[in-house]
Design a protein around this ligand. Structure first.
Ligand code: NI
Length: 162
């Protein structure tokens, strides 16, 4: 099971298009978005994905929450309030936007925790839990862009720069 991890794409439609192309080429089974899609039209741009998109709301998604939810119903997409945990291939995955929500109990109950908000790369192991943020996905910081790919059965996650 291969998953793609992306976050904080904001309204960079060009990047979102590129990100979808990369994930489709990598034939990922699921894409996780760690929040801050921001506008419904930006969420809609993820419709190009060949797989389902699963995400949490970030601080920049709150104003548009209802419209984002409505848009998520138009394609294979589910958005949730953070923290959101689910099981995949017998592994427990937790998605948050804000890293400050990551605490001991969340670490105890998760094999993988994905977060966003900082636009900074993080790939850290705490008590055997992998905490990962792919980093800059919207080109805000020095024109850098990267996304994450994880084979659930064969960690750690790796990054793809674009
Ligand atoms: Ni944020």
């Amino acid at each position: 099971m291969i998953i793609g991890i992306v976050g904080d794409t904001h309204n960079n439609l060009k990047n979102i298009s590129k990100i979808c192309e990369i994930f489709n080429a990598e034939e990922v089974d699921l894409v996780i978005h760690t929040g801050d899609v921001t506008l419904p039209k930006s969420l809609k741009a993820f419709e190009k994905l060949n797989c389902k998109l699963l995400g949490v709301f970030g601080n920049n998604d709150i104003d548009e929450k209802n419209d984002l939810l409505e848009t998520s119903n138009q394609f294979k997409c589910n958005l949730h309030d953070e923290p959101f945990s689910f099981k995949l291939s017998n592994k427990k995955i937790t998605i948050v936007h804000h890293p400050e929500l990551i605490n001991e109990s969340l670490i105890d109950q998760s094999d993988f925790i994905f977060h966003g908000h900082t636009h900074r790369y993080r790939n850290e192991v705490i008590n055997e839990t992998i905490i990962f943020n792919p980093g800059e996905c919207a080109g805000f910081l020095k024109g850098k862009n990267q996304i994450g790919i994880l084979d659930i059965e064969n960690p750690p996650p790796k990054v793809i720069n674009f």
